[in-house]
Design a binder for this molecule. Structure first.
Ligand code: BEZ
Ligand code: CA
Length: 594
């Protein structure tokens, strides 16, 4: 169909007419046939399912919302049509009820762009659908006049919550629910969202964007690889591109720290949270800074030369900067040193999981100033929460015992699923993780059976390196990763970006840029300039051809640096941030990317 035919067809459409075949991203932005109204919004909920790309679609509610003023940290929202509903409602093989839910918002004064937001954890909740930007960002895409959509990815934590099968991870027993979570729901919901946009406005989106962090970052990468024609601009933060593998890392951390736990918890299992006191972790951080901070030319609490830091820092030979004594205790353990067993555990943990032959099962983790803890702040509980849990807790609450990786790896990412008849957080799951065998359990992420024909690495991982279809149609991909992310290693993202660059002919920067964030924890937080907008640079790159060499960033918690404000440029990898040598060290103006 040419542009004129498209224009004529579009003008002829009423809101419930046939889907506009020209409702693609390339429509002429000047065409606007249908004025969005309360009536046309509500008509969408009474439309027959046959008008949607998937005939099992039900739009269960439509609301025409007036503009809302800003409130607290939430921005003002424009007048918009809000649709909620579901696709493929069914009973799973495990007897639980499933459906792919969606939440779509379409502003009356539309900017012509479609935006999908990524999820988090193992999903299972339907967000407000306002186009959350994640991290430290409080703005959202709806406030910027995008049409915005989200999904629960095909299961509902409130319903699909069998306490005898790891609760909200229990959906892993149902193969279709695995596929919906892995990729199918985003396909279905994107198709629905674009069709609804075409119906409502009489034209499809001019450009489409997907933004997410963590599991949402994985979904973002997945869109560029599995559905490379759907989105023009994609931002993937701290992506869980190999969650089945990083989950193995969870068992590795648990066993590593259990081996040096000084006591057992109320359930009788090793209290891994107590493997390091808070002062121990603060000491680790000061030792990393002592060795690495100045390697970038400026002693400012940020390690801006991570490559040099990995080569320079070894806890076994590092120094406590306060005492100038070795970090490793020569005699008895004190607050001024770490025991030899603690040093060994740190090296084992940061080295990443390995099988008995020494083969890496996941990436190593970088030494960085965001690991450890900061005296007098709550930051200790940030990084600590991923590997250890709160010091002194009665029941060991290291995330790796009780949280995502423990319950979800077993139920969702190994095949066949291992369903433990115990509620999430019970010691049964921790006990199972302590018995995890890195030779015989780890390979189950590659296993398949007749009932589960695709392995977790096949339906979940997003490590493809041929992005030629995405790139070929002008797609742009921004990645970012916190160097102190203990959930997913920045080293994994760096390795993928390097491999992808090679596969794409050595010039990944033409369409894809990676921004490492020194000090940042998982998606946000930590002693870092962790607050930055990825959407505006992405739109400018897609629509104006302006590639982002740097992202302006500010510290959401500048008190971690004992200052009231700090801004910095985040640099496109492999460039790093360099101080000019003069001027305010807390002002981005005095830094460049080199
Ligand atoms: C997340 O989305 O934050 C997440 C997902 C899987 C494992 C850990 C974190
Ligand atoms: Ca520095």
């Amino acid at each position: 169909m040419n542009a004129m035919q498209c224009r004529l067809l579009t003008l002829a459409l009423v809101v419930l007419g046939p889907l506009a075949a020209c409702g693609s991203d390339d429509d002429d932005a000047s065409v606007s046939a249908t004025v969005p109204t309360q009536a046309s919004c509500q008509q969408l909920s009474s439309a027959p399912a046959s008008i949607w790309p998937n005939a099992t679609t039900v739009v269960s509610a439509a609301a025409f919302n007036p503009a809302a003023a800003a409130s607290g940290s939430s921005p003002a929202l424009p007048e918009h049509c809000e649709l909620t509903g579901y696709i493929n409602k069914r009973v799973g093989t495990d007897g639980q009820s499933y459906q792919i839910k969606f939440h779509l918002r379409m502003p009356t004064a539309w900017n012509g762009r479609f935006f999908m937001e990524g999820g988090g954890g193992t999903n299972g909740t339907l967000s407000a659908g306002v186009g959350a930007l994640g991290g430290a960002q409080t703005n959202n895409a709806l406030a910027q006049s995008f049409a915005t959509i989200s999904t629960d990815s095909g299961h509902d934590n409130a319903v699909d919550n069998n306490p005898n099968a790891q609760g909200p991870a229990s959906f892993g027993a149902d193969y279709q629910a695995r596929l919906d979570f892995g990729y199918n729901s985003y396909d279905q919901v994107t198709q629905f969202g674009k069709a609804a946009v075409a119906k409502y406005y009489g034209k499809g989106p001019d450009k489409s964007y997907f933004v997410g962090c963590s599991e949402g970052g994985r979904e973002a990468m997945m869109m560029s690889q599995r559905f490379p024609t759907y989105y023009d601009g994609i931002a993937a933060g701290d992506p869980g591109m190999q969650v089945p593998k990083s989950g193995i890392g969870g068992a590795w951390m648990s066993q590593t720290f259990a081996a040096i736990a000084p006591n057992v918890d109320a359930n009788g299992i090793p209290a891994i949270a107590n493997a390091f006191t808070d002062p121990d972790l603060q000491l680790l951080r000061t030792a990393v800074l002592g060795k690495c901070d100045a390697l970038d030319g400026l002693t400012d609490g940020i390690v801006d030369n991570p490559t040099a830091c990995q080569a320079a820092f070894d806890p076994a030979t590092a120094t406590n900067p306060a005492t100038q004594q070795p970090l490793q205790c020569a005699g008895a353990k004190t607050d001024a040193c770490l025991s030899a067993a603690q040093i060994t555990a740190l090296k084992r943990a940061f080295g990443g999981p390995k099988n008995s032959a020494g083969t890496a099962l996941y990436a190593s983790y970088p030494w960085d100033a965001g690991v450890g803890g900061i005296a007098g702040t709550t930051y200790n509980q940030g990084w600590r929460s991923w590997w250890l849990g709160t010091y002194g807790a009665t029941v060991s609450n290291g995330t790796r015992y009780t949280g995502f990786s423990a319950q979800s790896w077993l139920a969702d990412y190994d095949t066949p699923p291992e369903l433990i008849p115990a509620s999430p957080g019970s010691s049964a799951i921790g006990t199972r993780l302590l018995a995890f065998n890195f030779d015989t359990d780890a390979p189950k992420i590659f296993s398949s059976t007749q009932a589960y024909p695709l392995s977790a690495m096949q339906w979940d991982a997003t490590t493809a390196t041929d992005l030629s279809t995405f790139k070929g149609r002008g797609g742009k991909l921004i990645l970012y990763h916190g160097l102190s992310d203990a959930a997913f290693s920045a080293n994994d993202t760096i390795a993928w970006y390097t491999a992808m660059g090679t596969a794409m002919g050595g010039t990944p920067q033409n369409f894809s840029r990676l921004f490492l964030v020194p000090g940042m924890n998982h998606c946000t937080g930590g002693p870092a300039t962790d607050s930055f907008d990825v959407l505006t640079p992405l739109v400018n790159w897609v629509e104006k051809g302006t590639a982002p060499d740097s992202l302006p960033a500010s510290a959401s918690t500048p008190s971690y640096f004992s200052v009231t404000a700090r801004t910095r440029p985040l640099c496109a990898y492999p460039k790093t941030t360099h101080y000019a040598g003069t001027g305010d060290v807390n002002s981005a103006a005095n830094f460049s990317c080199q």
